[in-house]
Design a protein around this ligand. Structure first.
Ligand SMILES: Nc1ncnc2[nH]cnc12
Ligand SMILES: [Zn+2]
Length: 330
């Protein structure tokens, strides 16, 4: 669906399609433990977040040079633009690259080669959000923030991702405080597999402005009331939730109940190469499986711009929202 929208929950490493993975492997002399793209796609059967993450980190081995990161981002932006994405706030996982000997500068400058010209090439405005891996130590997160300091003109904010359960937000209090002092915006994954209490911690201890996923807030009516009252955006990822078994089938996704409750919901793709769809595909899927009407879809698109970090450019935000209002559904 080409309804104009902002994508606010997208891991750039999760846009690595099998074809590009093999092309980059050949370019860099990396051997993948799969015979071909078909055999690789066969491996995309996940039981939970961890089984997905194992493959996600394994395939990153093909990303080595600035050109690799630029090609990855260009491929995503082209696909996103074709599905109506006008603005993208893009996550990346520097620790997963630094651990393999790929420096922060290679990752950020490589991505920026594509992002810096994205408005001209794809008609998509962009921002970068650097995520810390929550299953790594708090010290490692702080070192990563330090390594990012020469590149902060390229980075809008910080996030928190990877294996959630057992790694509560409080573990990252110090690095979020340090990032806030540097003027960085703050988001965090919470309530994907972890309990509602992690959402509360992310708000109260990390000071996040948006919650990534936040699905499990629905188990705590008091928390839902608070999220509604404070208009905290949730970046939901419906196809991801099905693939990672957070919900059994899309028809049972709580998105309609969340919207009925007054939550500020957005729909995003998370790791589209792995979960079977980009942003527009996620909109198509919820329309189909949940019977969302045009007004609900328009509300989701409007929400995405409201929840974006575009305050510095209200004129642009107003223009994007006007495009949502004028959109004619096929
Ligand atoms: N959905 C997700 N949850 C946590 N970490 C991730 N890293 C990439 N995708 C993720
Ligand atoms: Zn995610």
């Amino acid at each position: 669906m080409s309804l104009p929208k902002a994508e606010l929950h997208l891991h750039i490493e999760g846009t690595l399609e099998p074809e590009l993975a093999f092309a980059l492997a050949a370019r860099n002399g990396v051997t993948l433990p799969y015979a071909d793209t078909e055999e690789l796609r066969e491996a995309y059967r996940f039981d939970d977040l961890q089984t997905f993450l194992n493959l996600y980190y394994e395939l990153m081995a093909v990303l080595r040079t600035e050109a690799d990161f630029a090609d990855l981002a260009d491929a995503y932006l082209a696909r996103a633009a074709a599905q109506g994405v006008r603005h993208a706030e893009i996550f990346f996982d520097p620790q997963a690259h630094i651990a393999r000997g790929v420096p922060m500068g290679t990752v950020v400058e490589g991505l920026w080669r594509a992002l810096g010209r994205s408005e001209e090439t794809h008609g998509v405005s962009t921002q970068l959000i650097m995520c810390f891996l929550r299953d790594e130590s708090a010290e490692s997160a702080m070192e990563t923030l330090e390594a990012a300091k020469p590149h902060l003109d390229r980075i809008t904010g910080i996030g928190l991702d990877s294996a959630e359960v057992g790694h509560p937000p409080v573990k990252f209090r110090a690095v979020y405080e340090a990032a806030a002092e540097l003027g960085l915006r703050r988001v965090a994954h919470a309530g994907e597999e972890g309990p509602p209490a992690y959402i509360t911690e992310a708000l109260d201890i990390l000071g996040v402005e948006r919650v990534d996923h936040g699905l499990r807030c629905m188990e705590d009516p008091g928390l839902v009331e608070r999220l509604v009252r404070e208009r905290v955006p949730l970046t939901l990822c419906p196809l991801s939730n099905v693939r990672l078994r957070a919900v059994d089938v899309l028809a049972e996704h709580p998105l309609p109940a969340m919207m009925d409750a007054g939550l500020l919901c957005t729909v995003n793709s998370d790791d589209p190469a792995y979960f079977g769809g980009y942003a527009g595909d996620n909109f198509d899927a919820v329309r189909e499986a949940l019977g969302l009407g045009e007004e609900r879809l328009r509300e989701l698109a409007r929400n995405s711009f409201e929840a974006s970090f575009l305050e510095h450019d209200e004129e642009r935000r107003a223009r994007y929202i006007a495009e949502v209002e004028a959109y004619e559904f096929p």
